[in-house]
Design a protein around this ligand. Sequence first.
Ligand code: UDP
Length: 385
Amino acid sequence: MHTNQQTGPVYIVGAGLFGSVLAERIANVQKRQVMIFEQRAHLGGNCYSFDDQETGINCHQYGCHIFHTKNAAVYQYLTRFCTLNSYHHRVYTRAHGALYPMPINLETVNKFFHLQLTPSECAAFLQQKIAAGRIESPQNLEEQAVSLIGRELYEAFIRGYTQKQWQRDPKELPAYIIKRLPFRTSYNADYFDNPPYQGLPIGGYGEVFKRMLDHPLIEVRLNTRWQDVKDKIPADAVVIYTGMPDELFDYCLGRLEWRTLDFKWETVSVGDYQGCACINEAAPEVPYTRTHEFRHYHPENTAAAKDKSVICREYSREYRAGDIPFYPVDTQRNRELYSQYQEMAKRSGRFILGGRLGLYRYMDMDVTIAAALQCFAEEFLSGRH
Ligand code: UDP
């Protein structure tokens, strides 16, 4: 243990959710100095949102981020910096030329099969479909989906979307990815499985991060890459690193794979373009996965333009050097490579990896906040650093 480590400033690479929560905790609770290096020109990482100047609509620059959690402590923590609006996520998906509720629910099943089943009839109907698939213990995303909803619904709503999102056969993807989606035999159309706390920060995410990091002990250096400052940092200083772990170690063991997203933005001359916040595209021949219409995420914003709307289409593709990494690709090869980098970080005695990139884990916002609070307790409150 180094004296310098416990008294000197803590350096944080990345002002996203994980890095910002740690900075806030270290400054407020430990009264310790924090310096954050952020390579972008703004705070908030991929959660960042901004008010579009032309329309006054709050837009999520890196795809929509809807806060939802069952964890009361995480909710209480976040709402110290914002008030959440009343938005509850609901999604439609287009398949075979029609729109259906997504996640798959009673309305989706009835519309797709031209039936009028009740919830218990629907459960029995799906059981027959599932039994026909004969999958004992699902080993991958496809088997998991077929064992939850049967083959026809899987083919119509899951296979094409999943292939576009991951550019892999769903048989090569882990089962847990599809468990992010609920499947229901009721008319409940909420995207998330009824978390008690859900919404978007009134005023957008930009303000949340400004409030979180507004502390005399926190200094943020925007437009600053770790590579450009690392030689000026004391060699034993503790560094919370929320970027790509392979980059931290100069790719010495090889490159981790990521998925990136391209966004095509458009301001349309109509107040309501699609009637809801998000429409997915299940068909493999439609090149984008979903269209967001940002005004619907903030129904409380009555000052936004009434005759225009901002929409954004999401295209998923393989990450290449220089792109923004969004999703880790959970294959055995990547998991093994990541654990070697994680071992290197541990052995360094000074690098703490965190966030979706640093932990190479497909985490939602609430899980990221919980992981940051846990990291603060284990690494700092414990006296280790
Ligand atoms: N998914 C799908 N069809 C949809 C929506 C989701 O097949 O209309 C599958 C797809 O495999 C996706 C996973 O469910 O990767 C998780 O979706 P989620 O909306 O949670 O993804 P995220 O919002 O994190 O991109």
